[in-house]
Every structure is written in C-alpha cells, then in structure tokens.
Design a protein around this ligand. Structure first.
Ligand code: LLP
Length: 414
C-alpha cells in the first residue's frame, strides 16, 4: 500500500497533510507510516500462511524504536548485526528467541551480550568466528545456537556495493568449505548446529537468483543429513527490492512461491530477513527549498536536506522520486536538487522537472530504508527529526538533534 497521496492539491501521509507535518516538526524531517509498515509485514505473513516461518526484520534498514515497536507488536522477529541493534530490539521488548544475529565481525562482547539475552541463532560467517563463539559460550557456560551463512556464489544482479553472494564478496562461508565447517561445528562443545543461512544481496527485483541460491543451500542440507547433521531451519536472508522509479517490483507472494515450493515436504522452519521491503516505501524525507540558483549550465535548487541525511544518491547513484508537497501550476524547469554540504556529490536528485519557488516543500520518496539509518553529522549538521504517522495522528519518534549534542562527548585540551 502507498500511504502517501495527494488530497485537495496537497501531499498527505495517511490522513495528514505533509505541509502541516512540516509546520509542526520542521524540516528536514523523516516521515513514516505505521499503516504501511503493518501492511508490508502482513503481506509477508499472508504469503507464509500455514508455513512454520519467522520474519526477522533487518534492523539496519531503519532502527528507530517506534519502527521496531510497530513490527514487534505484529509478531516480527529481528535480524541484528551489532550489540547496538541488540540493545534496541530488547528495548522495545522483542522476544530474544525471535532474534538472529548476522554480520562478519561480531566481537566477543557482542557475542556474550547475545548469548546472555538468549537469542534464537547466530549466523556465523567464518571458521574463526565459529571458534571465537565456542570460546565465549564456554566461558559463559552456555551453548550457542548457530547457522552457517553460506556464500552460494550466485549473481544477484544488483548494485555491486549491495551484492553479497558472490565468492569475491567478504560474506559467508565459501560454499565448497561449508560442509567441512559444519562437521567441525558439530564437534564443538559449546555450539549447537541449528540451521543454515544465506543472503545474496539487496534490492533484488528478479526472484530467480533467490531460487538459485536456495537450490544450492538445499543440496548442502541433504549432504549434511548424510553426515548425520540434521538442520532445523533455513534462513533465506533479505534482499527483496522495491519500486524506486519505474521498476516492477515482484509481489511478496511471487518472490516466496518458488522458494516455498522448494521447501515443501521438508521439515525445515523458514526464516526471512527482509529490511527494505518492509520499510522502504513506508517513509519519505521532507525538505524545504532554501534557494533557487538558476544558471547557464544547470539550475540548482538548494534544499535543507543533504547527503548527510540521505546518503544513497551520493553513495550508489540511487534514484529517489522527488515530488512537491503542494504542486504549482506554473511551467516546470529542470533542476538539480542539492543540499548545503560542501561536496559536488551532495545531491538528492539530478535533472528533475519541477515548478519551484523558494520555501517550497519537497518530499523525497522511498526513503524509509537506509535513510536515517545511514545518516551522519557531516558538516556538523544535526540529524533530522523522525515522525510516525498513525491515521490522523503524527508522533515525534525522534526529536531533531541539537548542535550541542553533536560535540557533547568532545573536550578541549587541558
Ligand atoms: N540480511 C543480511 C545479512 C543483510 O546483510 C541485509 C542487508 C539484509 C538482511 C536486509 O536486506 P534488504 O531486505 O534490506 O535488502 N545500504 C544499502 C543496502 C545495504 C544492505 C545491507 N544488507 C542501500 O541503501 O541500498
């Protein structure tokens, strides 16, 4: 569902005018829709009806407590990648036995915190990590539940920065070595082998590579069974893409159907780690035009949001639709939508046809995933406010940072 639509010439989010939201909370400002979050999760749950499955939201996509809370209340699990994300999900009351821990660089402290919390599973990415986890668990007198994240060497055909399932990527245990490492894991005193995991990349619009990866994973599952290692679950990772511009996004059911067909008849619980698909189109970034700077070569619209807020265009050349909150009737011109940061890479959109005047509000769409979560304080810019819409109500779910907070941990020399 798209929670953002025009009513009476003004862009609304759920039942609220975004002009009113900007007036109340200021700009730049992230705006999320509770209904859109719930509907995306419900779509996963509907497609998984009758299947023993757990949808573990990839917290890295958007870790605001209100987002986590909305999803936790609807029975989501969580996929975390740090001690920080663990603390966040525990703070909203997530059940530890619904948490999986991914990532190539888990520290001993992070492992200990997750073991103490009693999480569902560690997705282990290397032999060295397995060894460390066994040691840490031994010290705590605990047994660590593990999956190996297997790198299936399939081409996800997405942006190279977010493709993770090729053998040249840093992620996962090499496919050819996985069976041997499972046997090793099975002999360790303080770990218990629970499952297998695979995540091949992000923003995938073609379901085929997921199926290709699962075929390889299931081949390994069968080989392990002959070794006497019976797995309880298979974690298919995240990666399902969304529409940013004119891409056709597969439905959640169409993405899952070939995967569930392959799993039919097997006694394997299914775990998923979607991030972007749950939150991406549930959020936008509101920004105001500060200055118009028409020129001979290009016209620049300088807005109050920048690459420190939304890094994706600068980092990946990503496209985000940019639309006026209150469209004007005047003729459009072609604008570069840029921020105040001192870099030529600081843009939110190139070559956008818009009718603009200073003070206009713009909405940068599809910004719910990897937006605020990847923001920084570059140029000493405070992080923007975050607002969650819920019907006719707007809740401030993170207040705008103050300048003082930016250097509160710093000190002069004595
Ligand atoms: N599981 C693992 C192990 C992951 O590494 C990721 C994302 C996910 C799940 C969730 O993937 P999703 O469903 O959101 O595609 N910053 C980039 C995306 C980086 C994705 C990193 N890993 C962007 O803005 O496009």
């Amino acid at each position: 569902m798209n929670p953002f639509a025009y009513h009476d010439g003004v862009l609304h989010g759920e039942a609220l005018s975004l002009a009113d939201v900007a007036a109340e909370f200021g700009t730049p400002c992230w705006v999320y829709s509770r209904a859109a979050l719930e509907s995306a999760l419900a779509e996963f749950h509907a497609a998984l009806h009758g299947v023993d499955a757990l949808v573990c939201y990839a917290v890295k996509a958007n870790s605001n407590l209100a987002v986590l809370d909305v999803l936790a209340r609807r029975a989501a699990g969580f996929d975390i990648v740090s001690g920080g994300e663990l603390q966040r999900v525990l703070a909203v009351g997530a059940q530890p036995d619904r948490i999986v821990f991914s990532g190539v660089g888990k520290t001993a402290d992070e492992m200990a915190a997750a073991l103490t919390a009693g999480i569902l599973c560690f997705n282990v990415e290397s032999a060295a990590e397995l060894e460390r986890l066994d040691t840490v668990a031994g010290h705590l007198g605990k047994t660590a539940p593990v999956s190996l994240r297997v790198n299936p060497d399939v081409d996800a055909r997405t942006h190279p920065y977010i493709s993770t399932g090729l053998k040249e990527n840093k992620f996962g245990v090499a496919y050819a070595e996985a069976r041997q490492l499972y046997r090793q894991a099975d002999r360790l005193a303080n770990v218990s082998v629970h499952g297998i995991d695979c995540h091949i990349g992000s923003q995938l619009l073609d379901p085929a590579p997921f199926a290709e990866a699962l075929d390889k994973v299931l081949l390994l599952v069968d080989q392990l069974a002959t070794d006497g290692i019976a797995l309880q679950h298979v974690d298919l990772g995240g990666g399902l893409g969304i529409r940013y511009r004119d891409e056709s996004e597969p439905s959640i059911a169409d993405y899952l159907q070939p995967l569930l067909a392959r799993l039919a008849g097997r006694k394997l619980r299914v775990l998923l780690e979607p991030g972007r698909r749950l939150v991406g189109n549930a959020g936008l970034l509101l920004t105001r035009v500060e200055y118009l700077k028409p020129g001979a070569a290009k016209n620049f619209a300088i807005v109050d949001a920048a690459m420190n807020d939304l890094a994706r265009p600068a980092l990946y050349g990503s496209w985000h639709d940019i639309v006026p909150v209150t469209p004007r009737a005047e003729a459009t011109a072609i604008w570069e939508i840029v921020g105040p940061v001192c870099e030529s890479g600081d843009f939110l959109g190139h070559q956008r046809a818009l009718a603009l005047a200073p003070g206009d509000l713009l909405a940068v769409l599809s910004a719910g995933a990897y937006g605020m979560a990847m923001s920084s304080n570059y140029n000493s810019r405070p992080r923007a406010a975050e607002v969650m819409l819920d019907g006719a109500q707007a809740h401030l779910v993170r207040r705008r940072e103050t300048i003082g907070e930016l250097y509160a941990g710093e000190q002069h020399l004595p």
